[in-house]
Design a protein around this ligand. Structure first.
Ligand SMILES: [Zn+2]
Length: 337
């Protein structure tokens, strides 16, 4: 963990540096913006520099990397860096969990001079858990700084927006993604396409740069183009793909959302006029040229609608097997059109 390794989001970093220099760091910051662009990583690095035993007193961002505090941050086991997230099986952030979390703020720091915290899944705070959290801001422990991590500004409660400073994050640029990716990804055949389909999310682009992922994207389009037979295993294979991300829904859902996004962006690309300098023209996977002529405009439009509905279902936490069974059935019907 170090500042030099953090690529992108320069204006956000400079903004924090200015606040530190002026000694005007606030208590609560809400990071919003697309998933997988580095919001949590920036918050963690920021927390590490506020806790660093050699650096914390200096009015600048930085961490020494070798004090006890830095070593604990590196291992994700610093007792003064508190983290909390919505449990996977809940659709909202439970107030009970928030109350327990708040309590930890008032315990004395054990290693560093203060306590800092990262509150994940801020999009899922409900009025009760948000109000519980806001009570901490009314009587804050000395030096406390909390970073709330969300995605969509429209999902944030007014009470949170009025008490936390919102820091919006945008997508990473293609150049930044190249710098973060490392050689193994950057020279992978699917990288250029994945980078575009991910919409500037390095986490999504990484997930999209695998052979099974694109084999399934290919299969869906070939199914719609009636170049492969309808088959009963599609839903199952989609679940297998999701399982490759890990054994919890928290890991599997984002991969399925990435999958739907890749289909959606590819479908939209088929519809749209090809602009000069189109990043994809020279990097089309071979199947694109083969399926595109067989897909009518109404079919693609219906596909886009289906993808949107399926994405909403996944975000509403329906069981993934049920969601994918529905999606596969819709695709089969669409193929017949
Ligand atoms: Zn340190």
């Amino acid at each position: 963990m170090n500042w030099q390794g953090l690529i992108g989001h320069e204006s956000q970093k400079q903004g924090f540096e200015r606040l530190l220099k002026k000694g005007r760091l606030g208590q609560a910051y809400l990071f919003t913006g697309p998933a997988g662009v580095g919001k949590r990583r920036l918050a963690k690095t920021f927390c590490a520099s506020l806790l660093c035993l050699k650096h914390a007193a200096k009015p600048e961002l930085g961490l020494c990397g070798d004090c006890e505090s830095c070593a604990l941050c590196e291992r994700d086991s610093h007792p003064d860096l508190l983290t909390v997230a919505k449990p996977e099986d809940k659709s909202e952030f439970p107030v009970k969990l928030m109350n327990e979390f708040r309590h930890l703020f008032y315990l004395k720091p054990m290693v560093s001079q203060k306590k800092v915290a990262i509150l994940d899944d801020a999009d899922f705070l409900n009025p009760e858990s948000a109000n519980s959290f806001l009570k901490t801001l009314e009587e804050p422990p000395p030096g406390m700084v909390v970073f709330l991590i969300g995605e969509r500004p429209e999902k944030q409660l007014q009470t949170i927006l009025s008490r936390c400073q919102q820091i919006p994050f945008g997508p990473l640029s293609p150049e930044e993604m190249d710098r973060i990716s490392g050689d193994a990804l950057r020279f992978a055949p699917e990288w250029k396409w994945a980078k575009w389909a991910s919409g500037g999310s390095i986490a999504s682009a990484r997930a999209m740069t695998t052979a099974p992922f694109w084999a399934l994207v290919d299969r869906v389009f070939r199914l719609l183009a009636r170049q492969v037979k309808l088959d009963a295993t599609l839903a199952e294979d989609l679940i297998h793909l999701a399982e490759s991300a890990g054994n919890t829904g928290a890991l599997q859902r984002p991969l399925l959302l990435d999958f739907l996004r890749a289909l959606s962006r590819t479908g939209s690309h088929f519809l749209g006029p090809k602009l000069p300098g189109d990043p994809l023209e020279d990097s089309h996977p071979p199947w694109v040229k083969e399926v595109q002529p067989a897909l009518s405009r109404p079919k693609i439009l219906r596909l886009l609608e289906t993808l949107e509905k399926s994405g909403e279902q996944i975000e509403r936490y329906i069981p993934l097997a049920l969601g994918m069974a529905w999606f596969a059935e819709e695709l089969h019907q669409l193929a017949e059109v």
